[in-house]
Design a protein around this ligand. Structure first.
Ligand SMILES: NC(=O)c1ccc[n+]([C@@H]2O[C@H](COP(=O)([O-])OP(=O)(O)OC[C@H]3O[C@@H](n4cnc5c(N)ncnc54)[C@H](OP(=O)(O)O)[C@@H]3O)[C@@H](O)[C@H]2O)c1
Length: 343
C-alpha cells in the first residue's frame, strides 16, 4: 500500500508542529502545503519549518493548484477557530474529494453554534464521499471526549464538573496572545469586547457534545464573560513579560443547565505562571468518579498528537461530518500509519 498522503492547510504554530511530527512517522508523507502568509508562500516547506532539509514541497496559497496534482488522502487543516471563517476553505478542499481533519474549535461540535453550516458541511462531505472531523486537545478531548468516556462506567450521572488549569507560559505564542497575556485589564476588556482576541473557543461545543452523548436535553448553555487573571507578581514566558496588575491570561466558565439545575460545569483557566496545573473531572453519579491528570496535558503536544492519531480514523470513517463521539475511541497511531488504514 502507498504511504498515506497528507496536505497541510495552515502552516502556522500548530500546522508547523504537526508537519514536524509527521516527518518523524512511518508510512505517511507530506505531499502539499497551503497557507496565505506572505512570508511562507513560494518557499520550500523545510525552510518554513526552519529545519535543515528541503522537502520539495512548495507552500502555495492556491488550493486548486495543489490538490488536483497530489492525490492526497487527507488535508490537515489548522487556520482558524470559527466555522464561518473556515467554511469556504473546507468547501474547496471537499470539492476535490479529500478528507479533512481540522483544529478549528467550532467544527469539533458545530451543531450548537452554527447548525445550518454544520448541516451544509455534512451534506457536502457526503456528496463528495469524504469525512470531516474537528478535533484537538480542547475542544476535542480533555473537556469532552474524555468526560464522555468516563461516563461509560456510570450507572447514573447527576452532575459533571471539569476543570483545566494550565500554565500558558509553556504554550505556543499565538495561544498566549489570544488569552490576553501581558495586556492591562482595560486593554483585555476592550480586545475581548471587540473580538480582537478570542479567548478560548470551545466550551459551548464541549458541553453540547457531552449532553448529546448522554442523551440530555439541556435547557440552555450559559457562557460567562471571559475574566482576565491579573498577575500579583511579575511573571514571564519566552515571549511575553507580565507586570503585576496586568493580565497573565484568563478564566472562562460555562454551564449546561438541565431541568433548571447546573448539570455540566466547565472551568477553563490558562495564564502565565499558573501553579498546580491539572485536568480534573468530577462525576457525581453511581459510582462517583474523580479523575485528575496532574500536571495537565500539554495542549500543543496533545493537539499535534490527537490530530495525527485521528488521521487513520478519519480515512476509515463513513463520509460526512463526524465528531469525536462518533469515531472509535482515541488511540495513538505509533506504528506505520498504513497499518491502521482499513480500506
Ligand atoms: N481544538 C484545539 O484543541 C486546538 C488546539 C490548538 C489550536 N487550535 C486552533 O487551530 C488554529 C491554528 O492555530 P495556530 O496557533 O497554528 O495559529 P497560527 O499560528 O495563526 O497559524 C494559522 C496559519 O494559517 C494561515 N491562514 C489563515 N487563514 C488562512 C487561509 N484562509 N488559507 C490558508 N492559510 C490561512 C495563517 O496565515 P496568517 O498568519 O497570514 O493569517 C497562519 O500561517 C487556531 O484557530 C487555534 O485556535 C485548536
Amino acid at each position: 500500500m502507498n504511504k498515506v498522503r497528507v496536505v497541510l492547510y495552515g502552516v502556522g504554530a500548530v500546522g508547523s508542529r504537526i508537519a514536524k511530527f509527521l516527518l518523524e512517522k512511518k508510512g505517511i508523507e507530506i505531499v502539499g502545503a497551503i497557507d496565505v502568509a506572505k512570508d511562507k508562500v513560494g518557499k520550500d516547506l523545510g525552510e518554513v519549518l526552519g529545519i535543515d532539509k528541503r522537502l520539495k514541497v512548495i507552500v502555495s496559497d492556491d488550493v486548486d493548484a495543489v490538490l488536483p496534482n497530489v492525490k492526497a488522502d487527507i488535508v490537515v487543516h489548522a487556520t482558524s477557530s470559527f466555522l464561518k471563517d473556515v467554511y469556504p476553505q473546507l468547501e474547496e478542499v471537499i470539492a476535490h474529494g479529500v478528507n479533512v481533519v481540522s483544529t478549528c474549535e467550532e467544527i469539533s461540535y458545530p451543531y450548537v453554534t452554527n447548525p445550518e453550516l454544520a448541516k451544509k458541511l455534512d451534506e457536502l462531505a457526503k456528496d463528495h464521499n469524504v469525512t470531516v472531523l474537528g478535533t484537538g486537545i480542547n475542544p476535542g478531548f480533555l473537556m469532552d471526549t474524555l468526560v464522555i468516556t468516563l461516563t461509560g462506567v456510570c450507572q447514573k450521572v447527576n452532575k459533571i464538573k471539569v476543570t483545566r488549569l494550565m500554565n500558558a507560559g509553556t504554550r505556543r505564542i499565538p495561544f498566549q496572545k489570544k488569552i490576553g497575556a501581558g495586556l492591562t485589564a482595560d486593554e483585555f476588556k476592550e480586545k475581548i469586547e471587540k473580538k480582537i482576541i478570542t479567548g478560548h473557543v470551545g466550551l459551548e461545543q464541549s458541553i453540547a457534545m457531552i449532553a448529546d452523548a448522554l442523551g440530555w436535553k439541556l435547557d440552555k448553555i450559559e457562557i460567562d464573560t471571559v475574566e482576565p487573571v491579573i498577575a500579583r507578581k511579575y511573571v514571564e514566558s519566552e515571549a511575553i513579560k507580565v507586570k503585576p496588575g496586568q493580565a497573565a491570561g484568563l478564566r472562562q466558565r460555562a454551564r449546561g443547565i438541565k431541568e433548571g439545575k447546573e448539570a455540566i460545569t466547565l472551568d477553563f483557566q490558562a495564564y502565565i505562571g499558573a501553579e498546580e496545573e491539572r485536568d480534573s473531572i468530577t462525576i457525581e453519579g453511581e459510582p462517583n468518579i474523580n479523575q485528575k491528570i496532574s500536571p495537565c496535558v500539554h495542549g500543543d503536544l496533545g493537539t499535534v498528537a490527537i490530530i495525527v492519531n485521528s488521521i487513520p480514523k478519519v480515512i476509515n470513517a463513513s463520509p460526512g461530518l463526524v465528531t469525536m463521539k462518533e469515531l472509535p475511541i482515541p488511540s495513538s497511531a505509533l506504528e506505520d500509519m498504513r497499518d491502521y488504514i482499513k480500506k
